[in-house]
Design a protein around this ligand. Sequence first.
Ligand code: ZN
Ligand code: ZN
Length: 333
Amino acid sequence: MSERLFDPHGILEVAEDADLATIRRAFRRLAMRWHPDRNADPAATERFREIRAAFDWLTGDPDVAEVDNGGEADAEPTAGDRHETLDLSLVEAMLGCDKPFVIRRQRHCEACDGEGSVALSHTRLCDFCHGSGKVRTAHGLEKCHICSGRGYVQRATCDSCAGSGEVVADKTVAIHVGAGMLPGEVLRLKGLGHELANGSAGTLFLTIRLVDDGLFRLDGRDILSSQPVSMLRLMAGGRVSIAAPLGPVLIDLDPDQIAGRELRLAGKGYPGRGGSLDDAGDLVVTLEPCLPEQLDEPQRRGLGRLEDQLQRDRATHFPELDAWWQAYLASRP
Ligand SMILES: [Zn+2]
Ligand SMILES: [Zn+2]
């Protein structure tokens, strides 16, 4: 590492004048990403060491470290609170579910007591400056902060936590979601938040979010959808299968209502709180007429006969078409 320019700000992706709170936040973010426990990339270990070294370099001064502790307390005013999003399908949200949820957790490393390093029984050459006690930076050759210019170290990076002082302890829990919770509503789960210094844990706030399935939309507790239906069925009336979120529903179409192609199924929408059907919204389906394709000869003849028959009383069956022709004929000399 002493071969190339050591740029601790660049490694931590912070500006030259970044304050300690920013540096600490950047270190945490990068350490989460590159910790060898959670990143399988073979380069992760080296990258993590570099991040750790840059962090140590920038926070090595004891005066500075004191300020840093104050900054840390300020940065976490809501100690223990954790805010996350819980993605549910429409059906899961309507019926309620027990949804597996992975809680990402960092635990204090016991092997090094959170220090990130452990005392060595024998002193060792400093890896960072390769024993020279000096490192080349943008400002020229500087004293190595890792070994304080001694060229050897008496502590080594903790193997258990790779120097982060924290170990990853992800936990999967089943989150019970009651039926009929709306997107944006928040579940409060005590004891599943961040761990606190006293060993207890804060509160996990989970905001419900619905995964867009491209089929159904929510408007309050009404569920809106568009569904293609044969134009002939729309005209003839009769039984059609309407796709509702919980399964198809058979509906008898009233042929007199073909003008309004919106179908409203009362109470077939999103259930009320606790799954109550009394408070359920409606299912509002816009029927999209579909023209038949690839007709064979007998089918064409059948439709032709129907067309001839309807044209015989055009004013009744095609009033729009009839009015157009009347206007055209009247305009001619
Ligand atoms: Zn050194
Ligand atoms: Zn450790």
